[in-house]
Design a protein around this ligand. Structure first.
Ligand SMILES: [Zn+2]
Length: 89
């Protein structure tokens, strides 16, 4: 199992921001992929599908909006050791 951070394409500033959510994935990959690419040919787990429709706030502009498009969600490998995961600021 590899862990991936979820990133979203921000419609407010047209950049990619981290959602602060990470997901375990059975199939590993090293480059950032869209969620639909990462799960191609596989059923989308409900906790991934649920990310669509959630509200996010842009760090740059402070605007919030609803994530509507699964193709604008990305996964990028978590490179830090897992022990750091439990440490929260
Ligand atoms: Zn933004």
């Amino acid at each position: 199992m590899a862990r991936y951070n979820v990133l979203y394409f921000c419609t407010a500033c047209r950049r990619i921001h981290p959602m602060g959510v990470s997901l375990p994935l059975e199939v590993g990959f090293l480059n950032t992929q869209t969620v639909s690419e990462a799960y191609s040919g596989k059923p989308l787990p409900s906790y991934v599908a649920m990310l669509v429709g959630s509200s996010v706030t842009c760090r740059e502009t402070g605007k919030s909006f609803i994530l509507e498009d699964i193709n604008k969600l990305y996964l990028t490998p978590v490179l830090e050791p897992l022990s750091r995961d439990s440490k929260r600021a």
